[in-house]
Design a protein around this ligand. Structure first.
Ligand SMILES: C[S@@+](CC[C@H](N)C(=O)[O-])C[C@H]1O[C@@H](n2cnc3c(N)ncnc32)[C@H](O)[C@@H]1O
Length: 295
């Protein structure tokens, strides 16, 4: 079958669903299977595709038609200009999370330019936050923790993919993953699970049926992880160190208040392009060591 005919068949399978761009999805999937880029697909419509690839393509497009996330089908998601490997069992990185990463990259430039800076990311998933920081700031020494095996495996794959040596990965329940290291951090980042338990069933089908519940479920009020991290961070964050979270659009005030109640100063809420609260950050007023200690 020719590329054009096959693409049309693929698009027909998903075009009646709510997906925003069936032609692009079909093109990218076929490009992935043929190991070419999408321009090749556009410019070689009359090329013949061998049968095993035709079968595989149609099988995967049917899977997509059943609501399976596109990014898991192609095992890829672009984040901060990097192609992350992903698979079921890790959250698909969201472009909203780039706001947090961009803030941290600028903060490092302003405060620690070319000086070593210790960063801890709690709940690494695919490594979107931790590996992007390690990639763009080679003076950063990044520590990433997750409690589950798949995120750790996927982050290791991405670490190899981006050829990074300034990132260390640990398994554990939040700070328990690194408590044996006896290390203090200049910056702690986290995009923890933050959906209130009762809201999980109301999420988009693609998300609730296929993305890991453990990456979404933030307990009864969605704030369970923020409470723990803010409280426990005192033992690991240097005085004047930065704690920065991604949050749900309606959690800004609550998380900011929690931070102020635990002696964080300069607490700020950042919004995304839609004007929704997306990030909360603050500077540790108490903490251990001083922020120019490089342990
Ligand atoms: C919302 S996802 C964020 C993933 C990634 N940082 C990102 O921004 O795409 C939350 C992550 O926290 C991890 N997690 C859940 N409970 C945890 C715990 N108690 N300790 C460490 N990590 C945990 C999940 O496995 C998941 O990878």
């Amino acid at each position: 079958m020719e590329i054009n005919q096959l693409l049309k068949k693929g698009v027909d399978l998903i075009k009646d669903r709510e997906y925003s761009n069936p032609v692009l999805e079909a093109t990218l999937l076929l490009a992935e299977l043929l190991n070419v880029d999408k321009i090749y697909i556009y410019t070689h419509g009359r090329d013949k595709v061998i049968e095993p690839i035709v079968d595989k393509f149609l099988e995967l497009m049917k899977k997509r038609a059943s609501g399976y996330p596109f990014q898991y089908l192609i095992n890829k998601k672009e984040f901060m200009g990097l192609d992350f490997y992903i698979e079921e069992g890790v959250l698909i990185p969201r472009s909203d999370t780039e706001i947090l990463v961009e803030y941290v990259l600028e903060y490092i430039d302003n405060k620690y330019k070319d000086k070593p800076v210790n960063i801890l990311d709690l709940g690494i998933g695919s490594g979107a936050i931790a590996l992007s920081i390690a990639y763009y700031k080679r003076n950063a020494i990044v520590y990433g923790v997750d409690i589950y095996d798949t995120p750790l495996k996927v982050s290791r794959i991405n670490k190899e993919r981006f050829k990074l040596s300034n990132i260390n990965l640990f398994k554990g329940d939040l700070f328990q993953g690194i408590c044996g290291l006896n290390r203090k951090f200049h910056i702690i980042t986290s995009n923890p699970p933050y959906i209130p338990k009762k809201d999980i069933t109301t999420l988009q089908k693609e998300v609730k049926d296929h993305e890991p519940k453990e990456a979404l479920d933030g307990g009864e009020d969605g704030l369970k992880f923020y409470k723990r991290i803010i409280h426990e961070s005192k033992n690991y964050l240097m005085k004047n160190g930065l704690l920065i979270f991604e949050i749900g659009y309606d959690q800004g005030k609550q998380v900011a208040n929690m931070m102020m109640n635990e002696n964080f100063k300069n607490v700020q809420i950042l919004q995304d392009l839609q004007g929704l609260d997306r990030v909360v950050l603050g500077i540790n007023g108490k903490g251990v060591g001083i922020d120019n200690d490089f342990n």
